[in-house]
Design a protein around this ligand. Structure first.
Ligand code: SF4
Length: 224
């Protein structure tokens, strides 16, 4: 079976012994769904989701945008007002700054994949509650399994704490390389914070440089 599909099914909680059954099309059962169908199914599920209270106030769900095979995955915390209206993560001023940082890496927005910890807007732009992040986590897991990024950038404290399952402050999480299930993860300031504190942009560029070095090394190793 295609390793990407195998990881996706594992992210859905389907055990290895189940994967050997004809259910997934390795002998007599229905053919396994192709990647496009897996994405469609995931986006549809998110659009209909009522797993947590955030569904009550949403205008649109905000699953994610970008290259579905991107090497770089940016994960923020939650959609804000504009994102909720447009159905796209990181729009508005913070989104423009994120685009600028992505360009500093040599990419365009559509060449990376951008999503959030939760896919619906918390009221008044408050932080997502732990139970909301937990309810939404399986969707993110499935996205990561499908994209298979080479590196993850956790954008802001909430994203970093949720992905790394820690309460440590951002200052302790930044500036080093973490591991998210075998994928290197670098913690980055939220662009909304950088807009309020422009001097922190220098450190944000340092974090990008760190992420770039990690990415290059990983690619070099992969290329032999
Ligand atoms: S935030 Fe996630 S878990 Fe909660 S309703 Fe939206 S899609 Fe479902």
């Amino acid at each position: 079976m295609d390793p990407r599909r195998l990881r996706y099914l594992q992210a859905m909680g389907i055990q290895a012994w189940e994967l050997r059954r004809p259910l997934v099309g390795d002998g007599g059962g229905p053919p396994p769904p192709d990647e496009e169908s897996l994405w469609r199914e995931l986006i549809d599920e998110i659009a209909r989701c009522t797993r947590c209270d955030l569904h009550r106030g949403r205008t649109r769900t905000v699953p994610g945008v970008g290259d579905r095979h991107a090497d770089w995955m940016f994960i923020g915390e939650a959609p804000g007002e504009q994102e909720d209206l447009q159905g796209e993560p990181f729009v508005g001023r913070a989104g423009k700054l994120l685009d600028e940082m992505i360009r500093a890496l040599g990419y365009r927005r559509e060449q990376v994949y951008i999503t959030n910890i939760v896919k619906c807007r918390p009221p008044g732009n408050r932080d997502p509650k732990p139970e909301e992040a937990a309810a939404c986590a399986p969707y993110l897991k499935r996205q990561i399994a499908l994209v298979e990024p080479e590196i993850i950038l956790a954008v802001g404290r909430i994203a970093a704490q949720n992905l790394l399952k820690t309460n440590a402050p951002l200052s302790r999480l930044r500036g080093r390389v973490h591991d998210y299930e075998g994928i290197p993860l670098v913690v980055w300031y939220h662009p909304a914070y950088l807009l309020r504190n422009p001097p922190a942009k220098r450190q944000a560029y340092e974090d990008l440089k760190l992420a770039w070095r990690v990415y290059r090394e990983r690619k070099k190793e992969a290329d032999g």
